[in-house]
Design a protein around this ligand. Structure first.
Ligand SMILES: Nc1ncnc2c1ncn2[C@@H]1O[C@H](COP(=O)(O)OP(=O)(O)OP(=O)(O)O)[C@@H](O)[C@H]1O
Ligand SMILES: [Mg+2]
Length: 242
């Protein structure tokens, strides 16, 4: 369970969120929607302790552990992973190397290289990505769509228990959007992973079928509801919410 309790977040000395609350129980998918610039990405970055985003009040708790004094690495070890609109490229570190180190860090055990390679290959085949991706630098020189698929390799290998998806649909063609969202849904069903999805695209939510939709405006969640909120937002926009 992820519990965001009464947080106030400032960025560059500007207050973006005030007394913000959100609970995401285990295995649930929640979507956060709202106009541009209201603070959706700010929430994601606050959970992961991006130093630009200062939590001046309140706290975030994951499975009874406060994230207050945790580093971004500690938070990743707890099982929280984020995929963003434009995953960063890391020149000189291959996917395979990074995953082997991350897996061994996470489990605290030596990774059997043969089992590791076998699993990586089977994930590439499942995701329909060439095995050559594994030996390329992380996201380096990859198209926007290829980067998202590359991130999916990391999801299937590292098996997060909480996944934050910040506008992952941007830049994906219709077929790639289907592939990425179907793969995420399959992962969620298999692992009961919780998800926080930020998107402006109802198509992604059509596949992932969130349990709850929240609307963020004026520094906090102003309305929460079920799937029906998506068509309400599509028809009315955000202007009527305050
Ligand atoms: N690193 C930063 N430095 C300065 N201002 C920032 C920074 N990050 C975010 N902001 C500001 O905080 C506000 C909220 O930004 P945020 O990225 O959270 O919005 P958003 O809801 O994700 O918008 P969008 O739908 O366009 O992605 C904006 O006014 C933005 O300019
Ligand atoms: Mg954003």
């Amino acid at each position: 369970m992820l519990k965001i309790k009464d947080i106030t977040v400032t960025v560059d000395n500007k207050e973006i969120l005030k007394d913000f609350n959100l609970d995401i129980p285990d295995g649930e998918i929640h979507a956060l929607m709202g106009p541009n610039g209201v603070g959706k990405s700010t929430i994601c970055r606050s959970i992961l302790k991006d130093p630009n985003y200062k939590i001046s009040k309140g706290e975030i708790i994951y499975n009874d552990t406060s994230l207050k004094d945790k580093s971004t690495t500690d938070i990743a070890r707890l099982g929280i992973m984020m995929i963003t609109q434009s995953p960063i490229a890391i020149e000189g570190v291959t996917n395979a190397e990074m995953l082997r180190i991350a897996l061994s860090e996470k489990s605290g055990e030596h990774i059997n290289i043969f089992d590791f390679q076998k699993e990586l290959k089977s994930i590439c085949s499942k995701l329909n990505v060439p095995e050559s991706f594994l030996h390329r630098s992380i996201n380096d020189g990859m198209s926007g769509g290829e980067r998202k698929k590359n991130e999916l390799i990391h999801v299937w290998m590292l098996k997060p228990s909480f996944l934050i998806l910040d506008e992952i649909d941007s830049g994906l063609d219709v077929d790639a959007l289907k592939e990425v969202s179907n793969s995420l849904k399959e992962y969620q069903k298999l692992t009961n992973c919780s998800m926080l999805i930020i998107t402006h695209n109802p198509k992604l939510l059509n596949t992932l079928k969130p349990d709850k939709i929240h609307i963020l405006k004026n520094k906090k969640i102003i309305k929460s509801g079920g799937y029906e909120l998506i068509s309400e937002i599509e028809n009315e926009g955000f202007k009527n919410y305050s």
